[in-house]
Design a protein around this ligand. Structure first.
Ligand code: BGC
Length: 723
């Protein structure tokens, strides 16, 4: 990359909060064959050439493990060039110079660095000559009209502000961290128009977009210089119908815009929001709601999965699941897109990865993030709980750090691409090597920090957890959760090692020892639903049928309710179905009361919530402290709908061979799943008709189809069973 020859530049004497615009004016006196701009920054940037945006990448250069990897973008700008050119690059704080939220108890050392830019412009003329323009002290810098910017800060803009350019200065910053762009670009994906505009009981002027989304707002209006447009965002309204922002915590989710004279339009350039509602706190005279709309942002991904049923509530759930993926696959897989977090939580990432890989082609998205995981892994093997990591923040515990094994394995299963597992094999082994160095019991993973079964609902009646932090971790035994995930990671390493032709004897022996130790220690103590689910799912039960029957009984006895949290929920329906309790799995999925997937739908949700009762039956909220309405952990249930309800399972990696074994339930009239795999389209649908069930199945490869208890081996084709 030519950019290696350029110098990092900064604005002279600018505080770290200043959002500068860097400028280079240049002439092209001969006809241009090709012109390419290589650029990146410490922050996030928007580049314009002669007033037109360069490229479509929003929030470039994206978020990576910056201390080791910073992506460089290459844009072909041939068609934008004139004879006299002005290149402007505006650099905001972004994730690089982020303010860590207070709850992390960390500060980001880069927070106090100034905005820095590095760029190289490569011009090839028709006559064969070349010219290279590099960032250096001949570039200029000025404060931009963005007066405040940050991922958690929103954006303040003063469109009347005059810019005054002075020479930029060269500064020292590493260049060995520069790498070519790896991930898909974040781009504007769709436009959502206001559904309605109304006054709340508190007389707030609010616009409802009808969809909780991740992105920003765009407005266009006539105004006088100095008039203001101030907007605040919210995901939900409170019980009385008033605007609610408590769940953003310290994130300032606002846009403040000072107008210039005349006709103008604006959308934030260097930040994003998670919202369904906008409150218009101040507006120029005559402003109306139809002058504003919302723009949805997410990483570029091709849609590959579709679900549809005869039940409008279930269809709304499917839509919510899709929107939670869109909202949280924004350059990195985040936990939520709105509060002062938006981090790449490894646990959430692994929990939703299978469902995510069915709905969209996420190969490139995860290639980049897994490379960041390798870069962030500590020398001693621990994997941080968020990737890119937060400085000095603690290692993730079981279920979170295990993303290092679970995600690559899942991507290999979905896409059949060996590089996912070969790239991560060493990182997986390093994580396994770390565990015995901290565990207090040989062959188990005990005595260590974990988030347990985060947010589970299984505290025994009358038992009062010591504090809210403890209560969030559920009642499942930490040591059991950790040891179960340990066994799972070992078994993934064995499978991967075999595929890669490695000697895995050591891990095979270890797994046997873990299984024995696990059963001896926990076999007669499987209390919570999650304890049973994990024991089953990770193959740790001596007599799985007994454990599964006990699980089914427990769900029934507590009123057909799930009590699982983040780690138990993704596997709960799978394990019930695997051992003959598919009717209970269906009851849980179709349950409309709290706790259940359709409960939030009944409360008007348009994305999946962090808590089963983010809005309680009486209309009050879960604590402000942690109450996201766009969290995809429980959206992982989509993989059960694809894999069990419609019965689409890979028999070979990448669905090179498949098994289709649908599990219909007559409480639902029909269900259909479409999955575009790397080998072609799979469709599995069923419908209750007068005298039974009609199945329509389409497979692009050899398949086993199991309907009505009969297994048939078929070739590529379309098949109909029943009427
Ligand atoms: C996040 C979760 C995450 C958790 C760790 C939360 O604040 O939003 O989804 O996994 O912390 O337990």
């Amino acid at each position: 990359m030519i950019i290696q020859h350029a110098s990092w530049i900064r604005m002279k004497n600018a505080a770290s909060t200043v959002v500068p615009v860097f400028r280079k004016a240049f002439r092209c006196l001969r006809p241009i064959q090709k012109a390419v701009l290589e650029v990146t920054c410490a922050g996030v940037y928007e580049a314009t050439l002669n007033g037109g945006r360069v490229g479509e990448f929003i929030l470039a250069p994206g978020w990576t493990e910056y201390s080791k990897r910073l992506q460089v973008q290459s844009y072909d700008i041939t068609r934008q060039l004139l004879e006299d050119n002005v290149l402007d690059v505006c650099v905001g704080n972004g994730w690089f110079r982020r303010t860590n939220a207070p709850w992390t108890r960390t500060s980001n050392p880069d927070e106090f660095l100034p905005a820095m830019l590095i760029a190289a412009l490569h011009l090839e003329y028709v006559d064969g000559s070349e010219e290279v323009i590099l960032t250096d002290e001949t570039w200029q810098a000025s404060e931009s009209y963005i007066t405040l910017s940050g991922i958690f800060l929103g954006e303040d803009v003063d469109a009347t502000k005059q810019r005054s350019f002075e020479a930029a200065e060269v500064t020292e910053y590493p260049k060995q961290i520069l790498i070519p762009q790896e991930g898909p670009e974040v781009r504007e994906q769709e436009v959502i128009y206001p559904r309605k505009s109304f006054r709340t009981p508190k007389n707030e002027w609010v616009i409802d977009f009808g969809q909780n989304l991740t992105g920003y707002m765009l407005f266009e209006m006539d105004a006088h210089a100095g008039e203001r447009l101030s907007l605040s965002t919210a995901e939900v309204l409170d019980r009385d119908g008033n605007f609610y922002t408590g769940n953003y915590r310290s994130a300032r989710s606002q846009l403040h815009y000072v107008c210039r004279e005349g006709h103008q339009s604006y959308k934030p350039k260097l930040t994003f929001f998670g919202f369904r509602y906008l409150r218009i706190d101040e507006a120029p005279e005559g402003f109306s709601a139809d002058q504003i709309h919302a723009i949805v942002l997410h990483s570029e991904m091709t849609r590959t999965g579709w679900l549809e049923s005869s039940d409008p509530m279930l269809n709304q759930l499917f839509s919510n699941i899709l929107w939670s993926q869109k909202g949280n696959y924004l350059d990195i897989p985040t936990d939520c897109p709105q509060r002062d977090e938006r981090y790449g939580w490894t646990g959430d990432g692994q929990i939703f990865c299978r469902a995510g890989s069915y709905q969209y082609d996420i190969r490139q998205f995860f290639k980049k993030w897994l490379a960041d995981m390798r870069a962030a892994q500590h020398e001693n093997g621990w994997v941080p709980e968020v990737i890119p990591s937060l400085t000095a923040y603690q290692p993730g515990g079981a279920g979170w750090s295990d993303a290092v094994t679970i995600i690559p394995w899942q991507l290999y299963e979905t896409y059949g691409d060996v590089s996912f597992i070969s790239d991560m094999y060493d990182a997986m082994k390093k994580w396994l090597a770390y565990i015995p160095t901290v565990s207090t019991t040989p062959d188990l993973f005990t005595g260590c920090w974990t988030y347990g079964d985060w947010l589970a609902l299984d505290w025994p009646e009358g038992y009062v957890p010591a504090n809210i932090e403890v209560s969030k971790r559920g009642y499942s035994k930490d040591d059991l959760v950790c040891s179960a995930f340990y066994a799972n990671s070992v078994s993934i390493v064995i499978k991967v090692g075999r595929i890669l032709g490695q000697d895995v004897k050591e891990y095979e022996e270890l797994l046997e020892r873990i299984k024995t130790a696990y059963w001896n220690r926990f076999g007669d103590q499987l209390q919570t639903q999650t304890e049973k689910v994990l024991t089953l799912h990770f193959g740790l039960a001596k007599d799985p049928q007994l454990v599964a029957d006990a699980l089914a009984k427990q769900v029934r006895d507590c009123g057909m309710k799930l009590q699982t949290g983040l780690v138990g929920t993704p596997y709960l329906l799978h394990e019930l179905s695997r051992y003959g309790h598919v009717d209970i799995a269906w009851s849980l999925l179709l349950r409309k009361e709290y706790p259940g997937w359709l409960y939030s739908v009944s409360k008007g949700a348009t994305t999946v919530w962090e808590h089963w009762d983010g809005i309680k039956p009486d209309g009050t909220f879960w604590d402000d402290d942690m109450n996201s309405y766009n969290h995809y952990a429980y959206a992982s249930v989509a993989d059960w709908v694809f894999g069990v309800a419609c019965g689409i399972k890979p028999l070979a990696p990448g669905f090179a061979r498949v098994r289709i074994e649908p599990h219909p339930d007559e409480r639902l009239g029909s269900l259909s799943a479409t999955l575009d795999t790397v080998h072609g389209r799979i469709r599995s649908s069923w419908k209750y008709v007068e005298h039974g069930i009609r199945y329509e199945i389409e497979v692009p490869v050899e398949a086993e189809i199991v309907v009505g208890g009969e297994c048939r081996t078929v070739g590529k084709g379309k098949y109909v069973f029943g009427e």
